[in-house]
Each structure stands twice: as C-alpha cells, then as structure tokens.
Design a binder for this molecule. Structure first.
Ligand SMILES: Cc1cc2nc3c(=O)[nH]c(=O)nc-3n(C[C@H](O)[C@H](O)[C@H](O)COP(=O)(O)OP(=O)(O)OC[C@H]3O[C@@H](n4cnc5c(N)ncnc54)[C@H](O)[C@@H]3O)c2cc1C
Length: 321
C-alpha cells in the first residue's frame, strides 16, 4: 500500500465509498445448514479421540457485516463479499473475523492437550479428574508414527526405526499404561481421592474438553498447528477443526489458505537474495550477498537456519501449486 494510504482508503478504492451510514445491520441469527448437520457429529482422531462441532455463531456474512459497520456499505454481492474478505485477510484487518465463534468438543491425549492449552485465547472447560473417574483410554501410536529422533529438528521425528524397536516401544507403552491404570484403580478402591489418584496416569491418557474461540484465533491456532513443524498428533486435530471451520466460513477459509497457509513471506535479507537471483546470481551467491548462511564455519552445510529456510522457500516456489 502506498505510504500515507490507510487500509480504509485502500478498501474504499477497491469497493467504492459509502454514500452514507451503513444499512441497518441484519439482526436475525444466521445458520449454515451444512454446519447444522455437523453439530454433535464426532470426527475420529487417533485411537480414542474425536473433534465435534458443538455450536457456532456467524458465518462469512457476519464477517462482511462487521466490516460494513466499519467501512459503510460498499459490498453487496457474493463476489464483493469474497473480495472484501480476501482484502481483510490480506491486510490483517482481523476484528471482523472475531465476529464468528466456534465451540468444539474435543477428546484428546493429555500430551496433545498440553499443546492445545498454550493457545490462551480459547475458552476451555475440561473434564474433571477430581470429580470423575478417568476413563481407561490411552494412545498407542501406530507403528509408522514411531520414528527416529530428527537430526534437523530437535522437536521432531523422521526416518524409519527397526521394527523390533517400534514394537518394543509400543508394547512398553501399553504395559506402562495398563500398570498405571491398575495402580489408579487400586488407589480409588483404597479410598484415595480421585484428584490424587490420577497422578499415576501418564501423558498418553485421554482427556476431554469444550474448546471455544473466535475465527480469528482459530485461524491463528490452525496456522501454527497445521504447520509441518507442529507435532503430527495435534496436526490431525487441527485438520479436523479446519474442516469443520471451513463449513461455517468457506470464503474466509479459502482466503486463509491462500494468504496464510499457501502464501510466502520474505524477510529483508530474503528480498535481497531474491533480487540477486532475478539478476542471474546462483543460489549460494545470492545467499552470500544477502547474508543468509548456508554453510558452517568448518564448511559443512547447515541443516537449519535462515539460509536453509530461504532455500526451502525457493523449493516451494519451484514446486507444484
Ligand atoms: C511447532 C511449535 C513448537 C513449540 N514449542 C514449544 C516449546 O518447546 N516450549 C513451549 O513452552 N512452547 C512451545 N510452543 C508453544 C508456543 O510458544 C506458543 O505458546 C503457542 O504456539 C501459542 O501461541 P500464541 O501465544 O501465539 O497463541 P495464543 O495463546 O492463542 O495467543 C494468540 C495471540 O494473542 C496474543 N496474546 C495472548 N495472550 C497474550 C499474553 N499474555 N501476552 C501477550 N500477548 C498475548 C499474542 O499476540 C498471541 O500470538 C510451540 C508451538 C509450536 C507451534
């Protein structure tokens, strides 16, 4: 956007100026029939988990309606609605996206719940292990999910392990979980309070909660938890939530996918490197000019860092859509 031009000016240029105050906003509750059909439907995730849409408020029209209250009546057609939502997404005008709310019921292993709960903008009500007896349900990853510690990403896994190691881990996890639940049951039978007895249960055990947040924050959650850097298990939950979220707001999700998930941003150094590439320099030369290191001081190629990430961006640019 040219200097001195506000988001509102840009929007007016694209969608026309309002003649006067906006129309009286619609006051009736919107519903999306396809989303209504999804209410309460449990979408399985992992061995015992699920995601269900419990309720929602608003849809794409609510985003447009909120923006029109800000900007005046400028959009009238579905085509304009799509253009307006894409504009809002591109320019990070986020509050209209907060007008849409989602409430999910999620059953998930505790180790995944610990990642979910880091998203502080959601409102959460969890099954109480103080009040109720924890169900005997724990997660055992499928064999193909038990992989080698990644050497590139200290938080990740990659590469197959010998089958006997995979099976040993899975049977150890099964045995530890069973033995923990036996200890839990013994403690309950002996009169130990539920809030204390549960301490013996490992991270593989399941919990359940209502998870409510607005679309803006859901998209933020999804941008982090659909990302390949996020742990595979939470990505599966995020994918189900994205599918349900998209039913309510297909246009907003289309824009989110286009500008955030599939879009690429460039840092200042990356822009310098891109310019050098456009001038015909090789990738190593362009990276050197821009100060994006590709090799360590001992000459060995780097596995991580800004230079490596820039090369990954180039691969995405060259790759299929
Ligand atoms: C791949 C991956 C690896 C991770 N690894 C680790 C790890 O090793 N250790 C670890 O502890 N965490 C880790 N996290 C968690 C991460 O650091 C964030 O806590 C988590 O992703 C939530 O992000 P958020 O704060 O942006 O989201 P939310 O809590 O949903 O907040 C949304 C936005 O609201 C604003 N906000 C909310 N609360 C506050 C506040 N109190 N103050 C200021 N602004 C606020 C911020 O702008 C924030 O971006 C990891 C996350 C990912 C995706």
């Amino acid at each position: 956007m040219p200097a001195g031009r506000s988001a509102r000016d840009g929007l007016m240029a694209e969608f026309g100026s309002p003649a006067a105050l906006p129309d009286e906003p619609a006051m009736s509750r919107v519903s999306v029939p396809e989303a209504d059909r999804q209410i309460g439907v449990k979408h399985p995730v992992l061995s015992h988990g699920f995601v269900a849409l419990v309720d929602y408020m608003g849809n794409d029209a609510a985003i447009v309606q909120a923006a029109r209250v800000s900007y005046g009546q400028g959009t009238k057609t579905v085509r304009d609605d799509r253009g307006l939502i894409r504009y809002l997404m591109r320019h990070r005008h986020t509050t209209p996206f907060e007008m849409v709310e989602y409430k999910f019921l999620v059953r998930l292993p505790i180790f995944v719940a610990r990642q979910f709960i880091r998203h502080r903008t959601a409102s959460v009500n969890e099954f109480s292990g103080r009040y109720s007896i924890m169900p005997d349900e724990y997660e055992i990853p499928a064999p193909e999910e038990v992989r080698h510690q990644s050497t590139r990403n200290r938080q990740g896994r990659e590469g197959a392990l010998p089958p006997e190691i995979v099976e040993r881990f899975r049977s150890d996890l099964d045995a530890v979980s069973k033995s923990a639940y036996d200890a839990y049951t013994r403690a309950l039978e002996a009169g130990v309070a539920r809030e204390t007895a549960r301490l013996v249960l490992p991270l593989a055990y399941y919990t359940e909660w209502y998870w409510k947040c607005d679309l803006h924050n859901l998209l933020h959650f999804l941008s982090l938890r659909l990302d390949p850097h996020a742990q595979e298990e939470i990505r599966l939950y995020a994918a189900e939530m994205a599918k349900l979220g998209r039913i309510v707001c297909p246009i907003a999700f289309e824009a989110f996918e286009e500008f955030q998930i599939e879009g690429l941003t460039l840092s200042r150094r990356e822009r310098v490197a891109m310019r050098a590439l456009l001038e015909g320099k090789s990738v190593p030369d362009a990276c050197a000019i821009a100060g994006l290191p590709l090799a360590r001081e001992d000459g060995k190629p780097m596995k991580t860092g800004e230079g490596v990430e820039f090369v990954e961006k180039l691969e995405r640019l060259r790759g299929p859509d």
